[in-house]
Design a protein around this ligand. Structure first.
Ligand SMILES: *[C@@H]1O[C@H](CO)[C@@H](O)[C@H](O)[C@H]1NC(C)=O
Ligand SMILES: *[C@@H]1O[C@H](CO)[C@@H](O)[C@H](O)[C@H]1NC(C)=O
Ligand SMILES: *[C@@H]1O[C@H](CO)[C@@H](O)[C@H](O)[C@H]1NC(C)=O
Ligand SMILES: *[C@@H]1O[C@H](CO)[C@@H](O)[C@H](O)[C@H]1NC(C)=O
Ligand SMILES: *[C@@H]1O[C@H](CO)[C@@H](O)[C@H](O)[C@H]1NC(C)=O
Ligand SMILES: *[C@@H]1O[C@H](CO)[C@@H](O)[C@H](O)[C@H]1NC(C)=O
Ligand SMILES: *[C@@H]1O[C@H](CO)[C@@H](O)[C@H](O)[C@H]1NC(C)=O
Ligand SMILES: *[C@@H]1O[C@H](CO)[C@@H](O)[C@H](O)[C@H]1NC(C)=O
Length: 482
């Protein structure tokens, strides 16, 4: 009898142990996904839900939660706030049970509620994450790569990743992008909703010191070289240009990345084993950034931001708010004219200009064209620059003979603040109502609990939302502090 008891106890302990071990296995990193894999976002996770890890454990692929309720597929590094890769910077799915990710030879994410249907359109066998953060669909039979995330960069380029002339890096806010020209790297800003207008704000031309760019030998491509530079190449491994990082020709043991950030700057980072150290910065002066002071402002090297129109305050230089002015539309918008000296167009070497004999002639060209938002005239050279998009940050200079003429939308400011006040008051009313409802509800709960207690019932008040403190949600809390 005792022996039987003991054997039962052993069996029990064994079952317990094997169950525990099984759980440990479940939290071990997943190194590949095969056909039949399916996953949905977990509603208890508030930042990142890992699905796949690279062999070194440095990178993860999974669901990234954005803005509370949106979802993107992302490759992340625990010490980087922004992901290294996302499936499509312009689209997100919803963080709900309707969203599904599966691997059936293609990696597919579908969310009917957001009309998102994204697929790698492949017929592979496995999905793996390489130790350089490259996500790949591979087929075992021919051991070939059918699809890789390195071909579809978001805002980041990783060491050894090839950036070709058909690709673009796009900042996470969608306002800036990097592209390759025939013999240069260019940075461009979105200046209006019209996709044809863009501001060209930074250009790095190939020096062609070691190799020349030859017509007919195909487009150039760029790649971060482990020796600490961004190389431009046409054919072979001899670069046509070397843009040096801080770690140039210093032997370093760490991964380098290049990222187009939300201020329009291109920055390089080096993982030094404990942090991502700044290793390169394309634009060093604040006033050389594309829009450092916002619309209708002036950036003056050494003294910072001010407004073009002295009667407005910094931060609200454009009275019209975020909506772009339109002087061509059906109901023509009223504008007043602001003139001031000591102004230059930024990046004028990348901008077209006309030559006129006088300031008046230059301004007249802008007055007559409803698509023109302002002009800048240089009395010394006779160069006339016409700005054909809503005025952004202009450059402040000491020379008062460089004259700016600007069309500034009139009278919208006051109206806006009244609208703001109305909205604010309605909001207050809604909050007051919500508070009242909450108080009545709490009072009712207390009353009913006391009533139940008196009746000798438990009431079943289990603290539902708090019981899910498993290791998964704990690690997700850790991730959110990245
Ligand atoms: C997040 O919310 C902000 C403000 O509500 C919005 O401007 C932004 O586009 C949202 N981002 C995404 C990815 O949905
Ligand atoms: C995988 O699923 C997608 C979406 O349902 C489908 O269009 C595709 O044909 C499937 N691919 C394979 C190889 O079965
Ligand atoms: C990454 O993987 C490759 C093989 O795929 C290996 O040669 C290399 O040493 C690995 N790098 C690191 C940092 O683990
Ligand atoms: C980038 O291109 C070079 C040659 O053009 C090639 O040798 C290398 O494997 C490519 N790198 C990746 C990560 O695809
Ligand atoms: C990757 O992991 C190794 C150790 O596994 C570490 O030495 C290295 O710094 C990590 N690299 C990155 C980019 O996190
Ligand atoms: C990097 O992230 C990991 C995981 O979140 C964390 O344990 C580690 O302390 C972080 N390292 C640094 C230097 O912040
Ligand atoms: C703004 O103020 C500056 C200096 O106080 C003056 O030089 C400039 O003419 C003023 N501009 C306008 C548009 O009033
Ligand atoms: C512009 O140049 C003309 C002649 O070149 C000169 O007479 C005039 O004073 C200049 N105007 C300004 C504002 O400097």
């Amino acid at each position: 009898m005792e022996g039987l008891c003991f054997r039962f106890l052993l069996l029990f302990v064994f079952l317990l142990c094997s169950h525990t071990r099984h759980q440990v296995n479940a939290t071990e990193p997943v190194l590949e996904l095969t056909k039949g894999f399916e996953a949905k976002p977990d509603s208890s996770i508030d930042s990142f839900q890992p699905l796949l890890t690279d062999p070194s454990g440095n990178f993860s692929f999974g669901f990234l939660r954005l803005n509370g309720s949106r979802l993107t597929l992302a490759v992340t590094h625990p010490n980087l706030t922004d992901p290294l890769w996302v499936f499509d910077p312009t689209r997100t799915a919803s963080w709900s049970h309707k969203t599904k990710l599966f691997f059936n030879g293609s990696l597919v994410v579908s969310d009917p509620s957001s009309r998102v249907e994204w697929s790698t359109h492949t017929n592979g066998d496995r999905l793996v994450l390489r130790n350089d953060s490259n996500l790949q669909v591979v087929s075992t039979s021919s051991s070939s790569i059918e699809w890789e995330s390195f071909d579809f960069p978001a805002n980041t380029l990783v060491e050894n990743q090839n950036f070709t002339s058909t690709m673009a890096l796009v900042s996470s806010d969608g306002l800036y992008w990097m592209r390759l020209g025939r013999d240069f790297i260019g940075l461009y800003a979105k200046v209006s909703d019209d996709s044809h207008s863009q501001q060209f704000y930074w250009k790095h031309s190939a020096l062609q010191a070691k190799a020349k760019i030859r017509d007919g030998s195909g487009p150039i491509h760029a790649r971060i070289n482990p020796n600490g530079y961004l190389g431009m190449y046409q054919t072979g491994t001899v670069p046509v240009d070397v843009e040096a990082f801080n770690s140039f020709q210093r032997p370093v043991n760490g991964l380098m990345i290049l990222r187009l950030e939300s201020d329009g700057n291109l920055r390089g980072y080096l993982w030094d084993g404990s942090r991502w150290a700044l290793n390169y910065e394309a634009i060093r002066e604040t006033c050389d950034l594309p829009n450092p002071c916002g619309p209708y402002s002036l950036c003056t090297p050494g003294s910072g931001c001010s407004c073009i129109d002295n009667s407005t305050v910094i931060g609200e230089c454009s009275r019209g708010g975020s909506r772009a002015a339109d002087f061509c539309g059906g109901k023509t918008e009223k504008f007043k004219t602001v003139r001031r000296g000591g102004v230059e167009v930024p990046f004028k070497e990348l901008m077209d200009h006309k030559t006129t004999s006088s300031l008046g002639e230059c301004e007249e060209m802008c007055v007559e064209d409803c698509k023109c938002f302002g002009s800048v005239y240089n009395n010394g050279s006779g160069f006339c620059y016409l700005v054909n998009y809503p005025i952004r940050t202009m450059l402040g200079v000491a020379d008062p003979s460089k004259m700016g003429y600007f069309k500034v939308r009139e009278g919208v400011g006051k109206k806006r603040s009244r609208v703001g006040l109305t909205v604010g008051m309605s909001l207050l009313a809604v909050i007051a109502l919500a508070l009242t409802v909450a108080m009545v509800y709490v009072a009712f709960r207390i009353w009913s609990r006391e009533k139940h207690a008196l009746e000798g019932e438990d009431g079943g008040l289990s603290p539902g939302p708090y019981k899910n403190l498993g290791s998964d949600s704990f690690s997700s809390v850790e991730m959110s502090r990245r």
